[in-house]
Every structure is written in structure tokens, then in C-alpha cells.
Design a protein around this ligand. Sequence first.
Ligand SMILES: NC(=O)c1ccc[n+]([C@@H]2O[C@H](COP(=O)([O-])OP(=O)(O)OC[C@H]3O[C@@H](n4cnc5c(N)ncnc54)[C@H](OP(=O)(O)O)[C@@H]3O)[C@@H](O)[C@H]2O)c1
Length: 246
Amino acid sequence: MQNILIIGAASAIAEATARLFAAQGANMFLMARSQERLSGIAGDLKVRGAGSVRTASLDANDIDAHQAALDAAYTSMGRFDVVLVAYGTLGDQKKCEADPDEALRELQTNAMSTVSLLSRLANIMERQGSGTLAVISSVAGDRGRPANYVYGASKAAVTAFCEGLRSRLYRKGVHVLTVKPGMVDSPMTEGMELPAALLAKPEEVARDIVEAIRRKQDVLYTPWYWRFVMMGIIHLPVKVFKRLSL
Ligand SMILES: NC(=O)c1ccc[n+]([C@@H]2O[C@H](COP(=O)([O-])OP(=O)(O)OC[C@H]3O[C@@H](n4cnc5c(N)ncnc54)[C@H](OP(=O)(O)O)[C@@H]3O)[C@@H](O)[C@H]2O)c1
């Protein structure tokens, strides 16, 4: 039976992924900010077949709490087969432009705290010599766009960090998966005017994540067509790209 740690377990994508692991009978340790949300999700996962479900509240921005939280989860589970890092915020780009402190807060939540958690998790899993670290980044990290370059920059940091971590841990038996979703219909995108045809359901993304973990894939674009969309965007010359208001 697999032991799964999920950080940011209240996210729509994380919850949909946890349901798939629960159906496989996995043991789960869930971390999120709200203990109330965690209790509700844990109850649901047990009904769906999870072996055991333990929870702990964690605000990812409370860096000082990271090591103790991870150590406690590891002691409780005895082994991490899969760790999914799934939290994040899609900040208001205009607000970040007007208030540099807001931009720094976005980077703190989406990048700095993730670096702290992944660095600590990497050391735990390196000692363990097995397991998968699956980290949700974003297609937004592939290129800085005027519409969301603060968020994009934070995800670019996560993507580059994971790429280095993958090479470091490769020989130690630990696999690193970078997940790059496109637009997903979740609370994060609620109220935004997005093309319905490009808006994936969290369940679809979750299925791709579970399959990519099983196949030990390195980078997952989800849904699949984002690989090709981003290939086009990445290869646009700067002279053209800077004129677009994407
Ligand atoms: N939705 C998209 O279009 C999309 C696209 C690409 C990538 N992603 C990425 O996918 C991941 C999951 O997002 P989602 O779509 O599932 O959105 P979501 O349902 O809004 O989930 C985001 C989660 O992050 C949590 N969170 C925010 N700040 C936190 C903090 N300081 N400490 C702990 N948890 C914190 C939120 O917790 P609370 O419930 O406590 O607020 C929320 O549960 C994120 O990394 C996001 O950047 C999403």
C-alpha cells in the first residue's frame, strides 16, 4: 500500500488526485491551512477506500514550521512513496505592479516556501532512497507574459528548482515530476473570463498526475495539448512576443 503526503491538500487538483489514490487504498497524510477543510476531505477519502488518513494544518508561508511538520509526517507514516506539493495562489498581476510588496508576497508563497519544503523533502527522500516528489508548477512558468508574469516568475523558479533537484536525486532512487497544468476550472480561476474549450477539470488533471507518477515521467503538461501550445509560445521570437498582450 502506498504512503502519500499531500501538501496543499485542500486544492481542487490535490483533492481530485487524493481521491484517485484513495480508490487504490493508499495511506494518506494531508497538510493544508484549514483543519476544518482537512477533516472534511479526510472523511471523504476514507469513504472512498483510503487505508488511513492523517492530517496536520500547515501554512506554507510559516517556513519555521516546515521541518517539524515534515518530520512529524514522516515519523507517522514511516515512508513517503509519493509527495504531492499542490498549493499556490494566482495573485492579482495589476496589484503586484502597483505594490511591489504584493509581488514579493506572491513569490514568497509560490516559490520561496516551495523551495524550503522541497529542500527538506529532498533530504528526507534522499536518505530514504526511493519515492516520487510530484510538484505542481504551471505552464505560466515557461515564459513571462504581461498578464501574469509575477505568478509566472514564481512558477519558473519552481520549474527550474525541480529540474536541478531531479538530476540531484536521480542517482539516489528518487523521482521528481514537474506538473505543468494549463487552465484548470478550480477556485483559483473562479470568476476569470477564460476560454471554456481550454479549461480542464481538476479530475482530468488528477488522472494525468497519477499516471505520470506511475510512469515516472519527468515533466507533465496537462491536458496533453499544452505541450504543443507552449512549444509554440516558447519559440516565438522576443521581437514578436513583446508585442503580444497575452
Ligand atoms: N487552476 C489553474 O488554472 C492552474 C493552472 C496551472 C497551475 N495551477 C497550480 O495548481 C496548484 C493547485 O491549484 P488549484 O487549481 O487546485 O487551485 P485551488 O483549488 O485554489 O488551490 C490552491 C490551494 O493553495 C492553498 N494555499 C494557498 N496559499 C497557501 C499557503 N500559504 N499555505 C498552504 N496552502 C496554501 C489554498 O489553501 P486555502 O484553501 O487555505 O486557501 C488552496 O487550497 C497550484 O500550485 C496552482 O498554482 C493551477
